[in-house]
Design a protein around this ligand. Structure first.
Ligand code: HEC
Length: 104
């Protein structure tokens, strides 16, 4: 009985580890030298969809070039969407992760 429980625990741990790994694969990227974790990525994505789609559609990030993002991201965050610093950082992390590049 105890042995079965232990095996079930092992199996669950293994399944959990795999799930976490594959979830991170899509969202891990470098931003200012840091690895963006999935929670940051998801939070950034949510803010992006809510706050960055008001005046224009929330463009698919990859639709614009890295150069374009470098030009517009800061002004958009600060002057247009007027995000606070924490939200701005999350949106930055999301955008750079989507592009797969390290942000400025
Ligand atoms: C208050 C309205 C407003 C909000 C909110 C806003 N934008 Fe913009 N956005 C604009 C305007 C106006 C332009 C065109 C300005 C330009 O081309 O310089 C623009 C242009 C852009 C572009 C360039 C599009 C292109 O075709 O090159 C990107 C990318 C962008 N915004 C991203 C964002 C992001 C990310 C956010 C959220 C942090 C955001 N915007 C929030 C008004 C807004």
């Amino acid at each position: 009985m105890k042995k079965n429980l232990f095996l079930a625990f092992l199996l669950l741990t293994a399944l959990y580890a795999c799930g976490v790994k594959s979830a991170q694969k899509t969202s891990e990227a470098k931003s200012s030298g840091e690895v963006v974790n999935s929670a940051e990525y998801t939070a950034g994505q949510t803010i992006y969809k809510e706050k960055c789609g008001k005046c224009h559609p929330a463009f698919p990030v990859k639709e614009k070039t890295v150069d374009r993002w470098n030009q517009v991201l800061q002004p958009m965050i600060k002057d247009k969407a007027k995000l606070n610093e924490a939200d701005g950082k999350l949106v930055e992390a999301y955008v750079w992760a989507e592009l797969g590049v390290a942000g400025k």
